[in-house]
Design a protein around this ligand. Structure first.
Ligand code: MN
Ligand code: MN
Length: 456
């Protein structure tokens, strides 16, 4: 049952492909640090690859490529297959939201000659990891007149960055005795944004100076924060990690590494596939797949209905058959085995960096609760598909039984009765500001998703 390390399988030419793919992925990661930016970058690439907005197409036929943009935060890509849609689609689905801090609706205040932006964190984070780091602000400000202004501060070399302070060690006797879950509390995640008072202002002069900058740069008033979505993320680009450059450290590998593997696999399909291929990039997974752009919204099902209509195949019954007969990889990251925390993993069933794409038959916690437990028959078929595609893969579950757990979008699509299994790339320091993956696992994920889309 020992799984091979993918790096040992590469000859020189293939190893170069692994490194080139890592470089291309880093560019994708750096160009999309929020779900909005990631969706926009995906659509830009899709249009370049010949995909057309579904709303612009009157009729669809086999071989056509279309995309759907859901509120700028979720994207679907489709390649119409030669078989009727009611025979099901081959689907790969990932999420493009990542843990971070969001500005509150009334965020700006001044305290003791410093200006702050108050936040509410998004997704599961260890709050103590987010202090004393250079942070950037990414997002949009929607004004009353309907205009939407993009904000990105802290990524350009010449840009200022912002950040959250921590107590100096010299005065930390009380703090150091606290539990890690409360050593930095949620309300303490306030971002310092200024420290220079405006000369002619009496009341809150530092805040006034910040407002003047926002007015000048973005034409925004303080009240415009009410209709803004500004995310606070680690500032700076991803980097090669390790002296051998075998890994990448970056913000938001969860789950943009699988998102990237999916779109790369889609773009590598040049012919007309047998079954319609579908790539879903969903939002809001980290907070339970809620909202109009989360996987629990009906945009996927509705899009399949639209596509069936445009291929002249639509009926309510055929739509239901299409959903039930589909096959899906729910593509999300796995917990990478960490030798420094060996006690939290069960070695026979852990995901190892470098051992290829990982399949999780089930996720969940405390007796598989909340999991999509994939069918053995489906896993059996996938083993054959992976072996035919010469994919290096491994299987795992998330840590030791009763140590914790997690969920993905798998269970939501399984509600339609389709076969779904979790599959993804192992990550070290998951949900930390800077996460680590192996380039070999990304490479094997692209191969796996490509083989799945064409042969499942
Ligand atoms: Mn995830
Ligand atoms: Mn996550």
């Amino acid at each position: 049952m020992e799984r091979v390390n993918a790096w040992t399988t590469y000859k020189k030419r293939e190893e170069k492909k692994v490194m080139d793919l890592g470089k291309a992925y880093r560019a994708f990661l750096d160009s999309g640090k929020t779900e909005r930016e990631c969706a926009r970058e995906t659509i830009r690439r899709a249009e370049k690859a010949g995909y057309v907005g579904l709303e612009k197409v009157e009729a669809l036929k086999a071989g056509d490529r279309v995309y759907v943009n859901t509120m700028g935060k979720a994207v679907q890509l489709y390649i119409i297959g030669s078989e009727p849609l009611e025979k099901g689609l081959n689907i790969v689905g990932a999420h493009i939201d990542s843990p971070r801090m969001d500005l509150k609706q009334n965020p700006l205040y001044e305290d003791t000659d410093l200006a702050y932006l108050d936040t509410h964190y998004y997704g599961g984070i260890k709050k103590y990891q987010w202090v004393t780091l250079p942070l950037a602000l990414h997002g949009v400000v929607a004004k009353k007149d309907g205009t939407v202004v993009d904000v990105v501060i802290g990524e350009d070399e010449e840009d200022p960055v912002v950040g959250i302070s921590d107590l100096l060690i010299h005065l930390s006797a009380t703090q150091m005795d606290k539990k890690a879950s409360v050593v930095i509390e949620g309300e303490a995640l306030d971002v310092i944004v200024g420290g220079k008072p405006q000369k002619d202002v009496e009341k809150e002069p530092v805040k006034a100076a910040i407002l003047a900058i926002l007015k000048e740069k973005y034409g925004m008033e303080e009240e415009d924060f009410l209709s803004a979505e500004i995310e606070v993320v680690p500032a700076g680009k991803s980097r090669d990690f390790g002296l051998d450059r075998s890994m990448i450290i970056g913000y938001g590998h969860d789950d943009r590494v699988c998102a990237y593997a999916e779109i790369e696999a889609m773009f590598r399909i040049t012919d007309t596939p047998k079954y319609t291929c579908c790539c879903i990039l969903a939002d809001k997974e980290e907070i339970g797949s809620v909202g109009a752009t989360g996987m629990r919204a009906r945009y996927f099902e509705n899009t399949v209905a639209e596509i069936m209509d445009k291929t002249g195949e639509y009926s309510e019954l055929k739509l239901r058959r299409a959903m039930t007969n589909s096959r899906m990889l729910s593509c999300d990251v796995s917990a990478g085995y960490d030798p420094a925390y060996a006690g939290m993993f069960e070695k026979k069933n852990a995901a190892y960096l470098g051992k290829g794409v990982c399949f999780n038959k089930y996720t969940g916690s405390r007796g598989k609760s909340g999991s999509n437990d994939a069918n053995a028959e489906f896993m059996g078929k996938l083993r054959a598909v992976m072996e035919a595609g010469k994919v290096v893969y491994q299987t795992a579950e998330l840590g030791k039984v009763d140590q914790g757990g997690g969920g993905t979008i798998a269970y939501i699509c399984a509600l339609y009765g389709m076969n779904v299994i979790d599959s993804g790339v192992a990550v070290l320091s998951m949900h930390a500001p800077w996460e680590i993956i192996s380039k070999a696992d990304l490479y094997e994920a692209v191969k796996a998703y490509h083989a799945f889309l064409l042969n499942a």
